[in-house]
Design a binder for this molecule. Structure first.
Ligand code: AMP
Length: 114
């Protein structure tokens, strides 16, 4: 896959409001938040979309979810609840082609989504 703006954030070439980092995952605040808390968790491995993930990525995808859950717990958001979302390709609303998981919290979300 080609480089994306998230690749530049991973390499610290452009600024981001980073809230979590380990060897495999980076978490940073979304620049255009859709909720009072809107954090993106991304694998440092450049997987373009969920459709490009392979069985070898299963543990990494699990860690992405668990990093978001741990952050929500740490920030006191878990009790009231939150939503995690992975948008995939055009109909999914994906605009940045480096797989990312949205953590949204701090307001009530409707279902089904719009
Ligand atoms: P998606 O539409 O699922 O691909 O989500 C991409 C998200 O990345 C959007 O919510 C954007 O607001 C967010 N975004 C784009 N550029 C940046 C950036 N430089 N820093 C933080 N978030 C960004």
């Amino acid at each position: 896959m080609g480089d994306t703006i998230f690749g530049k954030i991973i390499r610290h070439e452009i600024p981001a409001d980073i809230v979590y980092e380990d060897d495999e995952i980076l978490g940073f605040r979304d620049v255009n938040p859709q909720a009072p808390v809107h954090v993106l968790f991304i694998p440092k491995k450049p997987i373009a979309t969920l459709d490009d993930a392979e069985l070898d990525d299963a543990v990494l995808l699990g860690k992405l979810q668990l990093a978001a859950a741990a952050y929500a717990r740490q920030e006191g958001l878990a009790g009231k609840g939150y939503r995690t979302v992975i948008n995939c390709n055009e109909d999914g609303g994906q605009t940045v082609f480096h797989l990312h998981l949205h953590l949204l919290a701090g307001r009530r979300f409707t279902w089904p989504p719009g």
